[in-house]
Design a protein around this ligand. Structure first.
Ligand code: HEC
Length: 117
Protein backbone atom coordinates (compact mmCIF):
# COMPACT_ATOMS: atom_id res chain seq x y z
CA UNK A 1 0.00 0.00 0.00
CA UNK A 2 2.71 2.40 0.97
CA UNK A 3 4.72 1.49 -2.11
CA UNK A 4 1.65 2.16 -4.29
CA UNK A 5 1.17 5.63 -2.81
CA UNK A 6 4.78 6.47 -3.57
CA UNK A 7 4.34 5.34 -7.16
CA UNK A 8 1.13 7.32 -7.52
CA UNK A 9 2.83 10.36 -6.03
CA UNK A 10 5.68 10.05 -8.53
CA UNK A 11 3.31 9.66 -11.46
CA UNK A 12 1.24 12.63 -10.33
CA UNK A 13 4.35 14.75 -9.93
CA UNK A 14 5.60 13.84 -13.40
CA UNK A 15 2.20 14.68 -14.86
CA UNK A 16 2.03 18.05 -13.17
CA UNK A 17 5.54 18.93 -14.30
CA UNK A 18 5.07 17.86 -17.90
CA UNK A 19 1.75 19.68 -18.11
CA UNK A 20 3.35 22.75 -16.61
CA UNK A 21 6.20 22.81 -19.07
CA UNK A 22 3.87 22.10 -21.98
CA UNK A 23 1.81 25.12 -20.97
CA UNK A 24 4.97 27.18 -20.66
CA UNK A 25 6.14 26.05 -24.11
CA UNK A 26 2.81 26.98 -25.62
CA UNK A 27 2.99 30.40 -24.02
CA UNK A 28 6.51 31.09 -25.22
CA UNK A 29 5.74 29.70 -28.67
CA UNK A 30 2.82 32.09 -29.09
CA UNK A 31 4.99 34.92 -28.02
CA UNK A 32 7.74 33.99 -30.45
CA UNK A 33 5.21 33.32 -33.19
CA UNK A 34 4.13 36.92 -33.64
CA UNK A 35 4.37 37.52 -37.35
CA UNK A 36 6.91 40.12 -38.35
CA UNK A 37 8.19 41.60 -41.59
CA UNK A 38 11.80 40.47 -41.39
CA UNK A 39 11.17 36.86 -40.44
CA UNK A 40 7.99 36.07 -42.33
CA UNK A 41 6.66 38.68 -44.70
CA UNK A 42 9.74 39.82 -46.64
CA UNK A 43 10.49 36.30 -47.86
CA UNK A 44 6.87 35.70 -48.87
CA UNK A 45 6.70 38.91 -50.87
CA UNK A 46 10.02 38.07 -52.49
CA UNK A 47 8.83 34.61 -53.42
CA UNK A 48 5.37 35.56 -54.63
CA UNK A 49 5.44 39.14 -55.85
CA UNK A 50 8.61 39.28 -57.91
CA UNK A 51 9.63 40.64 -60.25
CA UNK A 52 6.71 43.04 -60.69
CA UNK A 53 6.89 44.76 -57.29
CA UNK A 54 10.67 44.64 -56.86
CA UNK A 55 12.44 47.53 -58.62
CA UNK A 56 15.84 45.86 -58.24
CA UNK A 57 14.50 42.89 -60.20
CA UNK A 58 13.15 45.11 -62.94
CA UNK A 59 9.64 45.42 -61.52
CA UNK A 60 7.79 48.60 -62.39
CA UNK A 61 4.69 48.21 -60.26
CA UNK A 62 4.25 49.83 -56.86
CA UNK A 63 7.15 48.61 -54.75
CA UNK A 64 6.70 45.99 -52.04
CA UNK A 65 10.37 45.49 -51.31
CA UNK A 66 10.67 47.36 -48.01
CA UNK A 67 8.97 47.29 -44.64
CA UNK A 68 7.48 50.75 -45.21
CA UNK A 69 6.09 49.96 -48.64
CA UNK A 70 4.65 46.59 -47.63
CA UNK A 71 3.14 47.65 -44.31
CA UNK A 72 1.76 50.83 -45.86
CA UNK A 73 -0.18 48.80 -48.41
CA UNK A 74 -1.38 45.98 -46.17
CA UNK A 75 -5.07 46.73 -46.67
CA UNK A 76 -4.78 46.64 -50.43
CA UNK A 77 -2.50 43.57 -50.28
CA UNK A 78 -5.01 41.69 -48.12
CA UNK A 79 -7.92 42.70 -50.31
CA UNK A 80 -6.23 41.58 -53.49
CA UNK A 81 -4.73 38.27 -52.36
CA UNK A 82 -8.15 37.19 -51.11
CA UNK A 83 -9.93 37.86 -54.41
CA UNK A 84 -10.76 34.97 -56.66
CA UNK A 85 -8.22 34.24 -59.36
CA UNK A 86 -10.39 35.60 -62.16
CA UNK A 87 -11.41 38.82 -60.40
CA UNK A 88 -10.08 42.19 -61.52
CA UNK A 89 -7.22 43.28 -59.26
CA UNK A 90 -6.34 39.75 -58.14
CA UNK A 91 -2.76 39.35 -56.90
CA UNK A 92 -0.32 37.79 -57.58
CA UNK A 93 -1.13 38.85 -61.12
CA UNK A 94 -0.90 36.04 -63.71
CA UNK A 95 -0.15 33.45 -61.03
CA UNK A 96 -2.13 31.03 -58.91
CA UNK A 97 -3.85 32.10 -55.74
CA UNK A 98 -1.77 32.03 -52.55
CA UNK A 99 -2.50 29.12 -50.22
CA UNK A 100 -4.88 29.68 -47.31
CA UNK A 101 -2.01 29.29 -44.87
CA UNK A 102 0.04 31.94 -46.67
CA UNK A 103 -2.93 34.33 -46.73
CA UNK A 104 -3.38 33.63 -43.01
CA UNK A 105 0.20 34.78 -42.34
CA UNK A 106 -0.50 38.15 -44.00
CA UNK A 107 -3.70 38.50 -41.96
CA UNK A 108 -1.87 37.59 -38.77
CA UNK A 109 0.80 40.17 -39.53
CA UNK A 110 -1.91 42.84 -39.51
CA UNK A 111 -3.50 41.41 -36.36
CA UNK A 112 -0.14 41.35 -34.58
CA UNK A 113 0.38 45.03 -35.36
CA UNK A 114 2.53 45.00 -38.53
CA UNK A 115 5.75 44.41 -36.62
CA UNK A 116 8.98 45.08 -38.47
CA UNK A 117 11.03 42.55 -36.49
C1 HEC B 1 3.26 39.35 -62.82
C2 HEC B 1 3.38 40.63 -62.16
C3 HEC B 1 2.78 40.79 -60.77
C4 HEC B 1 2.94 39.98 -59.70
C5 HEC B 1 3.69 38.66 -59.60
C6 HEC B 1 2.27 40.64 -58.59
N1 HEC B 1 1.70 41.80 -59.01
FE1 HEC B 1 0.69 43.17 -57.85
N2 HEC B 1 0.39 44.35 -59.47
C7 HEC B 1 0.74 44.01 -60.78
C8 HEC B 1 0.14 44.98 -61.69
C9 HEC B 1 0.28 44.93 -63.20
C10 HEC B 1 -0.55 45.91 -60.89
C11 HEC B 1 -1.33 47.15 -61.36
C12 HEC B 1 -2.65 46.73 -61.90
C13 HEC B 1 -3.72 46.71 -60.86
O1 HEC B 1 -3.83 47.68 -60.09
O2 HEC B 1 -4.44 45.70 -60.77
C14 HEC B 1 -0.37 45.49 -59.51
C15 HEC B 1 -0.90 46.17 -58.42
C16 HEC B 1 -0.79 45.74 -57.11
C17 HEC B 1 -1.24 46.48 -55.96
C18 HEC B 1 -1.87 47.87 -56.00
C19 HEC B 1 -0.78 48.90 -55.99
C20 HEC B 1 -1.29 50.28 -56.18
O3 HEC B 1 -0.90 50.92 -57.16
O4 HEC B 1 -2.09 50.74 -55.35
C21 HEC B 1 -0.97 45.73 -54.87
C22 HEC B 1 -1.23 46.08 -53.40
C23 HEC B 1 -0.35 44.51 -55.33
N3 HEC B 1 -0.24 44.54 -56.70
C24 HEC B 1 0.06 43.48 -54.51
C25 HEC B 1 0.71 42.34 -54.94
C26 HEC B 1 1.12 41.27 -54.08
C27 HEC B 1 0.92 41.24 -52.57
C28 HEC B 1 1.73 40.35 -54.86
C29 HEC B 1 2.33 39.02 -54.42
C30 HEC B 1 1.51 38.18 -53.59
C31 HEC B 1 1.68 40.81 -56.22
N4 HEC B 1 1.06 42.03 -56.24
C32 HEC B 1 2.21 40.13 -57.31
C33 HEC B 1 1.53 42.96 -61.17
C34 HEC B 1 1.97 41.93 -60.35
Amino acid sequence: MKKNSVIIFIIATVMVFSYGSAALNAASRNWAAKVNYETDIAALLQAKCTPCHFPDKGGRKKRLDTYASASGQIIEILRRIQLNLNKKGFMPDKRVKLSDSTIAIFKQWQTDGLLEK
